[in-house]
Write a protein that binds this ligand. Structure first.
Ligand code: NDP
Ligand code: X2W
Length: 342
């Protein structure tokens, strides 16, 4: 079997380590290079002892990578840094970017949500938005794919089909989302210490989180007119998992039937029986997204609950799903892990 040699940029971070864990048993991908910034020069086994059982290349700087031995790149770097790095890669390389740098199509929207001009607007035009359940055909032919944000994937997977089918009021969408602390990355500082995250629970970036730009972009496309959704993220005292509770004006039984039909053949999206609700522990360590639909006691309102693992379907698993499509491989290759419980 032909092996595709991959470089993982940002391998000393949480999503980088998750890419290594998943790719280590992928039958068609082979890890050729791993990079870090402050941790360059160290062995992966020293940075992540749980990966010591694998035979891995050492962490180097990006400048030290020998690109002649690389066919494809997973870029798991902070946003803003990423756009310069991807612009400097050899053009023959296929790239899946896990950061937010190439998700927003409108440079003005990027400036609004990220506070500075995008430095690579020409490159942005070549990028395909990486939510495979909706953009699979374009992803297959893409050179660069921008993975969706983790909160965004959780919210959009049920919402896009609902709005496309006109089953909910686009002017009344309320997304109440909660994430495990790994969503903030390994470099997160005081706010993500055990003492700050455990035994408590709080909202953050209220009415101003940068994922709103991405949510509005995709929901507006789905509805065929501008949509401005309400979205509030919260930090959970747990490592992994995102749960989004979305309130809609629409008929729950119709919405449930539509989602069940729309996702019937999707390998990673599962609609629970009507009235049942999912939990983050039902997807931990897996590439699956679960959706529950419940009728509100107020007639004409619906509650949709969606869950995924932010490090897998919300980041590294989704990135491999996209790379599988770009390489013409079966989409599920290397991603068939069953969730870990308890
Ligand atoms: N965590 C999550 O759940 C999700 C994250 N994402 C996105 O994926 C990307 C990676 O996230 P995550 O793994 O959590 O982040 P981490 O903070 O855990 O890791 C960041 C990685 O980037 C490296 N790095 C940092 N700055 C530079 C630089 N200037 N030049 C080169 N390398 C650098 C770090 O190296 P070193 O360790 O040596 O400093 C590390 O390997 C981010 O854009 C994030 O927003 C997307 C979806 C979900
Ligand atoms: C818990 C937590 O802090 N989550 C991160 C979002 C997760 C993420 O990585 O999103 P991007 O891919 O868009 O960077 C945050 O709220 O900024």
């Amino acid at each position: 079997m032909t092996m595709t040699k991959v470089a993982i940029l940002g391998a000393s971070g949480y999503t980088g380590a998750e890419l290594v864990r998943l790719i280590a048993r992928h039958p068609s991908l082979q890890i050729a290079a791993l990079t870090a910034d402050r941790k360059a020069g160290q062995a992966m086994a020293d940075v992540f002892p749980h990966l010591a059982i694998l035979d891995l290349p050492p962490l180097t700087t990006i400048d030290e990578v020998d690109w002649s031995g690389v066919d494809a790149v997973f870029c798991a770097l902070p946003h803003a840094t990423t756009q310069k790095v991807i612009a400097g890669l050899p053009e023959r390389l296929k790239v899946v970017d896990l950061s937010a740098d190439f998700r927003l199509e409108d440079p003005e929207a990027y400036k609004t949500w990220y506070g500075h001009e995008h430095a690579e607007t020409a490159l942005q035009k070549q990028v395909v938005y990486g939510l495979p359940e909706f953009y699979r055909d374009s992803i297959k032919g893409a050179r660069i794919v921008a993975n969706t944000g983790c909160y965004v994937a959780t919210a959009l997977i049920p919402l896009i089909p609902i709005l496309k089918a006109g089953l909910a009021d686009p002017d009344w969408i309320v997304i109440d989302a909660k994430s495990g602390a790994s969503g903030a990355g390994r470099a997160a500082k005081e706010a993500n210490l055990f003492t700050e995250v455990s035994e408590g629970f709080h909202a953050y970036s209220v009415a101003g989180h940068r994922h709103m730009g991405e949510i509005d972009q995709e929901l507006s496309k789905a509805a065929g007119r501008p949509v401005v959704a309400s979205f509030t993220p919260h930090l959970l005292p747990q490592n992994r998992g995102i749960l989004a509770t979305t309130y809609l004006k629409g008929e729950a039984d119709t919405i449930h039937a539509h989602l069940a039909e729309r996702f019937a053949d999707e390998p990673f999206v599962h609609v629970l029986p009507y009235g049942k609700v999912p939990a983050t522990r039902h997807v931990r360590g897996s590439n699956h997204c679960l959706i529950g639909v419940v009728a509100d006691r107020q007639p004409g309102r619906t509650i949709v609950i969606s869950v995924l693992d932010n490090l897998v379907k919300g980041a590294s698993g989704q990135a491999i799903q996209n790379m599988n499509l770009m390489l013409g491989l079966p989409e599920t290759t290397g991603l068939e892990q069953v969730p870990l419980f308890p």
